[in-house]
Design a protein around this ligand. Structure first.
Ligand code: SAM
Length: 419
């Protein structure tokens, strides 16, 4: 396809395929918006970082930044430890794919023009930016107090979507809708439209055909289906790995690695098998733990590694590619959850996974991952209706079940505009 066709497709889907590269550029806002019909994710709320013009940065800050970089470079002059050497080898393997992907982006001048304007809102609402203040509900805190079971969500469903049977699954009528417990409960929007929901006078948006279960890890077993043919074919996982960053500590709780060993991945897998996608950090010790303990404990067969390359709005990388402790990319490890003697090639609807696929995007909020789930669907073993689950989610998506202790975090009405 020509440039205009590719740009047109990008505006529709949020995905841009380069000319001579398998890498893709994605605009998470456009991808997420495929889940909504009435509301739309607001680009200015999503892109909270990396759109500042570095020219506006106070000069002192720029100098401090370059001093810090120099200090890090000096540090690297010490001989690398054995673990650091292995990490460096991993980086060297990934490097050519990342460089080639970045070159493809820089050659796509027409896309770079669009990129600079990604943050501009098509639908603006009076005062939407003022609404971005910090009055969010803290679900982790709310879900941990004794009153948590009393906390309710009221879904403003269409008249057509209100369940016909009276008193169905503990639903209680609330003003213009149905209410149910928000924690430790499977909350569903089965309708073909996004709906507004209310919790303690705060508004949230639920995409069409979406559901969530908001709980602590200790209650995750409630997600295990009674019948294994009701299990999931695609499982996305973004665990709260321990991390030394003080910034990260302020954003969400982390858990020691051993807690993830007990995630019931096998029990959540569909009888036909599942593709499991796991976000990891670049810490070598973590990679080793995953390879030697976690994948075996979950019964996963490693299949491929994907990379998320992070750029700023001007197309440059968010940091130097070779800076040891701050790589401008993250990895997504992919494996199959299948029975021991099963042959991956014979899985229902099997399509071979490419290795070293690079996805490029401008990051949103801290630790918010680009929405790659829909792009993975075609590689998930399934005979038609692919059942998809996201663990440790902070947002919802159409056609997916999301679990975590703050699944509605980015569903707050303040992140959306009306069409
Ligand atoms: N994938 C998310 C995104 O793109 O925005 C980011 C997930 S973040 C890395 C990890 C999440 O795990 C956080 O929302 C955190 O609150 C949640 N979490 C931490 N401890 C948890 C626990 N004990 N039970 C359930 N969720 C937990």
């Amino acid at each position: 396809p020509g440039i205009q066709d590719r740009l047109f497709e990008f505006h529709q889907s949020g995905i841009y395929h380069f000319d001579n590269s398998t890498a893709v550029f994605i605009d998470p806002v456009r991808v997420l918006n495929r889940s909504y019909s009435r509301f739309t994710v607001s680009p200015s709320a999503y892109y909270s970082r990396f759109f500042e013009d570095s020219g506006d940065k106070p000069v002192q800050k720029q100098i401090e930044g370059s001093r810090k970089r120099k200090r890090k470079k000096e540090k690297q002059l010490h001989p690398l430890t054995e673990t650091e050497q292995i990490a460096e080898q991993r980086h060297q393997k990934a490097r050519p794919f990342l460089l080639r992907a970045h070159e493809a982006l820089l050659e796509a001048t027409e896309l770079l023009g669009v990129l600079r304007n990604l943050r501009n809102d098509e639908f603006t609402e009076e005062g939407s930016l003022q609404k971005m203040e910090n009055d969010d509900l803290d679900f982790v805190q709310l879900g941990s107090v004794w009153q948590a079971p009393l906390c309710e969500i009221c879904l403003h469903l269409d008249q057509d979507n209100v369940p016909a049977e009276e008193g169905a699954v503990g639903l209680v009528p609330c003003s213009e809708g149905m209410s149910m417990p928000v924690f430790n409960n499977l909350v569903m929007n089965e309708s073909a439209n996004d709906v507004e929901a209310e919790i303690l006078n705060h508004r949230y948006i639920m995409p069409k055909k979406s559901c969530f279960y908001m709980s602590d890890l200790r209650d995750i077993h409630n997600l295990v289906p009674a019948e294994s043919d009701c299990g999931f074919n695609l499982i996305l996982i973004d665990p709260p790995w321990e991390n030394s960053s003080a910034h990260q500590k302020l954003k969400y709780q982390t858990l020691p690695n051993r807690h993830f060993l007990s995630l019931p991945i096998k029990q959540l897998t569909h009888t036909g098998g599942a593709l499991v996608a796991l976000w990891v950090t670049n810490r070598e010790k973590l990679r080793r733990f995953i390879e030697s303990e976690l994948f075996p404990a979950w019964g996963l067969r490693y299949a491929a590694t994907f990379y998320w390359l992070k750029i700023k709005a001007d197309g440059s990388l968010i940091g130097e590619l070779d800076l040891f402790h701050h790589r401008p990319y993250e990895c997504l490890l992919l494996g199959y959850s299948i029975q021991q003697d099963a042959d991956i090639g014979k899985l229902p609807g099997h399509k071979p996974l490419p290795n070293n696929q690079v996805f490029i995007s401008v990051p949103g909020d801290y630790s918010r991952k680009p929405p790659l789930g829909d792009m993975l669907l075609e590689y998930a073993p399934s005979c038609g209706d692919t059942r998809c689950l996201e663990l440790f989610a902070r947002e919802l998506s159409a056609g997916r079940c999301c679990w975590g202790n703050e699944t509605l975090r980015f569903q707050d009405r303040k992140y959306f505009s009306t069409r």
